[in-house]
Design a protein around this ligand. Structure first.
Ligand code: ATP
Length: 649
């Protein structure tokens, strides 16, 4: 049959499907492929009689996608190379896409470059289902499971000679991180020819996922379990990153299958190893790290299966954290590392903070109120070369305008009525040798911005009433929840001061957007216990589920208050959902909505997405599964103006 004839038959069978709503062939994937075809027709409005050519994104877009999974790609490369070594001779290519379906790593035979590129089996290819129709990568993203999309399983007639097999790779919080795919331009008609491809892709997806898990938790003890004593050290499939109290910080996909879940699919009822296995803490810590027989047997509480476990040691900490000017993002810096677990935005923020902690560039920290801007500034100060100096925090919004000047710059004796007889050293001088943190910098009056600029530009301060300036040597960090660029545009903030302060921008996501919310909740509680602000309590799973679902408008500050409240009201040292403030139980998360409704939450949610994707309307449209015109309609509806300074994307 000619390719053209095959294409027109395919189009006919899809039109037939659309009329009858049943997938034609009896295949193991029939239901799943049928669901995807339906999405293509009904949700994405695709027309099967209009095949589309493969789409390769621009170099710039590709780089943005690669940058966002940079650390993961470094780990994955070895797995992709190995897999390609196995299948290259069989005519396959290997694609690794991010969770949005953009191919960010690729290996294929250079001799067929042109054909492979044309077919979309290439670096930068967009295999999102909404663009490419039913295909292995896109449908794997939608269905969150491994599959083979063989020849006429594809929706778009352009792809019906391809055979493609994909498997999901998840991050340690269980969210989809990437998709591993092997594809070939031509293949035998029989679908069974791809059974091996499916197993191989799933195996390598797991190996890459686990390598990334071990990399992310290399500074923590990992309990590795498996069903075979002999294989547990080389291929124990269940991984649990644990803290010194045996509490589970993270779990890989296989490990998650051992955990009890509630109706919403959230891990429920278990927060520590001793609740999962019939053992106590001594049993776990008595597994010898450096011994011939490093394996111990445990029984699972629920299914009574015996699993064998081994411990993987945390990597040793470097002897000296301070002093080195060059910090790589791999380096462990405890003050900073403890602020986040596995959230991509926080990882980028902390990696930048590590690189810049010993430099005197101005840092601008952006985030909603209560997201921990001051905590981050302090951690940077404490982990940097100015740690022996003072950390002085000034809230520009909290000091009355009439006092800011004298508070910041100080004054000399007799400078004004009511001044202290001996004069006063201002906060800038008090930060000598250390760090001055200017919180809510957007509230600084214009005339004081001019004076502050002089301090930053010339390194000297002129106290009120003084005749000669005094040299100062401190680092400046500033923070705001406002849009400083917009304030600059409107003339309310000096642009020269903005550029001085903004040597680098560090972003803090709101708590409801963070993928490591569970880690934040646990670490805030541990900190409160350590500081003696609350007694030693344990969070029960129902309370944890409620807290994970709540949208935390007051961010970590609200979390601190909620935990303190819950500890005060709970019995038996155990926080249950009933002990939480009422608000936590009423409102659910707005972090992953399907559509911004007319409510204020809908507006907030749209704004969050716009900010997350830096006003890239195409990305935001993709995020909500709608078209670009719909996003523009929503902007109009919610009266949201696109900031001019970003220009059109
Ligand atoms: N990682 C953390 N661990 C424990 N507590 C934290 C953490 N981050 C923030 N907090 C607590 O949350 C509260 C708010 O933090 P912080 O003052 O740093 O936020 P902020 O963003 O500067 O707030 P604002 O914009 O209102 O000034 C404080 O009580 C702080 O101790």
């Amino acid at each position: 049959m000619t390719h053209q004839l095959a294409q027109s038959r395919h189009i006919h069978s899809i039109l037939n499907f659309a009329a009858k709503d049943s997938y034609p062939a009896l295949t193991p994937n029939a239901e799943l492929i049928g669901r995807s075809w339906k999405r293509c027709i009904e949700d994405y409005g695709m027309d099967p009689s209009r095949p589309r050519s493969a789409r390769i994104v621009t170099q710039q877009t590709l780089r943005e996608h690669q940058d966002s999974v940079d650390e993961f790609l470094n780990v994955a490369r070895a797995g992709v190379d190995q897999l390609y070594g196995i299948i290259a001779g069989l005519g396959y290519v290997v694609l690794l896409t991010d969770h949005r379906g953009i191919t960010v790593q690729y290996l294929g035979d250079r001799r067929y470059d042109r054909r492979l590129r044309k077919a979309g089996l290439y670096l930068g290819a967009d295999w999102n289902e909404q663009y490419a129709g039913t295909c292995a990568v896109g449908t794997c993203i939608q269905e969150q499971q491994a599959l083979t999309c063989h020849r006429v399983d594809h929706f778009d007639a352009t792809h019906i000679s391809l055979t493609c097999t994909s498997a999901p790779i998840r991050d340690p919080s269980g969210d989809l991180l990437a998709v591993l795919d092997i594809s070939a331009l031509d293949s035998p008609n029989a679908r069974e020819s791809q059974t091996f491809a499916l197993h191989l892709t799933q195996l390598y997806a797991r190996l890459i996922e686990d390598a990334y898990f071990l990399r992310r938790y290399r500074n923590q003890t990992v309990l590795r379990c498996g069903v075979s004593r002999e294989f547990v050290q080389v291929n124990g499939q269940y991984l649990f990153a644990i803290d010194e109290g045996g509490r589970i910080e993270a779990v890989n996909t296989a490990g998650r299958s051992l955990m009890p879940k509630n109706a919403a699919g959230l891990i429920d009822g278990v927060s520590g190893m001793t609740e999962l296995f019939e053992c106590d803490l001594r049993d776990i810590w008595s597994i010898p790290y450096d011994h011939d027989d490093q394996v111990k047997a445990f029984r699972h509480y629920a299914n009574k299966d015996t699993l064998f476990a081994t411990l993987i040691k945390p990597k040793a900490k470097p002897a000296d954290y301070s002093g080195s000017v060059k910090a790589s993002n791999d380096e462990r810096v405890p003050e900073l590392d403890q602020l986040a677990a596995d959230d991509p935005v926080m990882r980028r923020t902390l990696s930048l903070a590590k690189r810049l902690r010993n430099r005197d560039v101005g840092l601008l920290i952006l985030g909603e109120t209560g997201t921990g801007k001051e905590v981050l500034a302090k951690a940077i100060h404490q982990s940097g070369s100015r740690a022996s100096g003072a950390f002085i925090a000034v809230n520009c919004a909290a000091i009355p305008e009439s006092l800011i000047e004298s508070e910041l710059f100080g004054y000399v004796a007799g400078a004004f009525t009511g001044a202290r007889a001996k004069g006063m050293r201002g906060l800038i001088q008090q930060a000598e040798g250390g760090t001055l943190f200017l919180d809510e910098i957007g509230d600084m009056p214009l005339h004081l911005q001019t004076r502050l600029l002089r301090v930053l530009a010339e390194g000297e301060v002129l106290p009120v009433g003084a005749e000669a300036p005094i040299r100062v040597n401190c680092r400046f960090m500033a923070a705001t929840h406002q849009n400083l660029e917009q304030l600059v545009q409107s003339g309310a903030f000096r642009s020269d001061l903005y550029y001085r302060l903004n040597g680098a921008t560090l972003k803090l996501p709101s708590l409801c957007q963070r993928a490591d919310r569970q880690h934040v909740i646990n670490s805030v509680l541990r900190k409160l216990i350590k500081q003696g602000q609350v007694e030693d309590v344990h969070i029960r799973a129902d309370a944890m589920s409620a807290m994970l679902a709540y949208h935390w408008p007051g961010n970590i500050r609200e979390l601190v208050n909620a935990l303190a409240f819950a500890e005060a009201t709970c019995d038996n040292h155990e926080i249950t959902a009933e002990d939480l403030p009422e608000a936590c139980l009423k409102q659910k998360s707005v972090a992953v909505p399907t559509e911004p409704s007319e409510s204020p939450d809908g507006r907030r949610c749209l704004l969050l997405a716009l900010e997350t994707y830096r006003w890239n309307i195409t990305e935001v449209a993709r995020r909500f599964d709608v078209s670009r015109p719909t996003i523009y309609r929503w902007l109009q509806h919610h009266d949201i103006e696109q900031p001019r300074f970003l220009g059109k994307r």
